[in-house]
Design a protein around this ligand. Structure first.
Ligand code: ADP
Length: 402
């Protein structure tokens, strides 16, 4: 007899991890099914009663269970409903094996008990092989997905704990560095005051370098401390009216704005759940940068916000991982010196700067701090610029609901 639909199945070595459970009260049936499946390298487990099958199910995950309907004591249907009631085998596919003649009634009952498929006796070897191979493939795929998901979970946990360690380290290191540094700075200043112009010119210059270096180091350490404190802050989010927040921020830098004749326009902004102090810091850093990196003209800054739908990667490792979510996208546009596209990412990294400190003072921490704050709020930050001298627009998102 020829079966044109069934291609020969190549035994796959990885089938060694696939368990198949055969349940039949007749040893000769078990033997013949085992023989048919032997060439595919599965691990075949035999059970000659429903009870024995249930015992195996307690300790092993099966790709598929081939279950004879007619068995003394506990028949196939009873066995199937018990299999379904156990958490481990709740979703294990069951193929019922039933004799011709009783088929339609039995098949219906089998499906109502959650059968994945059925086969009629006498069993056709090629059909058995094909059906089992389909479930074996499905099992392998699910197992791989499970392993990938588990690996991803472990990696994420590792990353979270190493980030926390790193932050803890940055905090302790910067905190402990403050004290000796303060001493260096104080004594250098004392030395300068007491011995200025008493030694030669070079000595005055060297002392100036020491105090200058110590001051810079202090700024760096304070920045590092602020940076490491962003995520360790336990403050819960509150309703923040962003128009009021910007107004408050602007008041704090009023002098700088007047000195530089900065013109600031602000659209209607939303009220969202956020950490107001941190968001104030973001606006302050962005506005001060827009002023610092101004071009020849006096700074013009425009702040606006619009509601958008954005894609995000969810925590679940499924096909639907890319989910849409509603967010507010804030933008801060300036007319400053602009940024080259290949530097867009770099400027958000700690201590990365594009300009000479003599021309534009700074330590390269402002944007890294903004990034960390925005990410703590579940959003993202980026920049776009039309190029050198054409101004920049900084964008950041905040998800709805905080
Ligand atoms: P800092 O201002 O201390 O240099 P930031 O982290 O705030 O550090 O910024 C990093 C770098 O990004 C700056 O040194 C500058 O080169 C660039 N940059 C930031 N804001 C602007 C802006 N508004 N226009 C042009 N360049 C900018």
């Amino acid at each position: 007899m020829q079966y044109p639909d069934t291609a020969p199945i190549k035994p796959a070595p990885e089938n060694r991890e696939v368990n198949i459970l055969l349940v039949d009260d007749r040893p000769e049936n078990l033997m013949s099914m085992t023989e048919v499946l032997a060439s595919s390298n599965y691990i075949i487990v035999q059970a000659n009663s429903g009870k024995e099958a249930l015992r195996h199910i307690l300790s092993t995950d099966f790709a598929v269970i081939l279950l004879d309907v007619q068995m003394p004591d506990m028949d196939g249907f009873e066995t199937a409903s018990l299999i379904r009631s156990r958490p481990r085998s709740k979703h294990t596919p069951i193929i019922f094996i039933t004799a011709v003649g009783q088929s339609s009634e039995f098949i219906e009952r089998g499906y109502s008990l959650g059968a994945a498929d059925y086969m009629l006796k006498p069993i056709v070897p090629e059909f058995l092989k094909t059906k089992v191979s389909v479930f074996a493939e499905l099992f392998k795929k699910t197992e791989t997905e499970k392993k990938d998901k588990e690996r991803l979970k472990q990696l994420t946990e590792k990353l979270i704990s190493s980030n926390a360690e790193l932050e803890q380290f940055a905090y302790i290191a910067s905190h402990d560095l403050q004290e000796p540094l303060r001493k260096i700075k104080n004594f250098a200043e004392l030395f300068a005051r007491r011995y200025e112009r008493q030694l030669d010119e070079k000595a005055d210059e060297f002392i100036h370098y020491i105090t200058d270096g110590a001051e810079r180091m202090q700024r760096l350490i304070n920045g590092l401390l602020a940076y490491s404190r962003i995520t360790s802050r336990k403050k819960t989010f509150e309703k923040v009216n962003f128009n009021q927040l910007v107004e408050h921020t602007v008041n704090m830098i009023q002098l700088k704005m007047e000195e530089t004749q900065t013109v600031l326009t602000v659209d209607k902004l939303p009220t969202l759940l956020a950490d107001s102090t941190q968001m104030g810091q973001v606006f302050q850093n962005l506005i001060l940068n827009a002023i610092k990196f101004r071009g020849k003209n006096s700074p013009h800054i425009h702040i606006s916000a619009e509601e958008i739908t954005e894609k995000r990667l969810s925590d679940s490792n499924t096909d639907s991982a890319n989910q849409d979510r509603k967010a507010w996208r804030f933008s801060l546009m300036d007319n400053g010196i602009g940024i080259a596209p290949k530097k867009y990412e770099r400027i958000f990294i700690l201590f990365q700067r594009l300009n000479a400190r003599t021309e534009y003072p700074g330590e390269g921490m402002g944007l890294a701090i903004c990034k960390k704050i925005v990410e703590r709020h579940g959003g993202r930050i980026w920049v776009e610029s039309k190029g050198k001298g054409m101004g920049s627009t900084f964008y950041f998102t905040l998800p709805l609901g905080g």
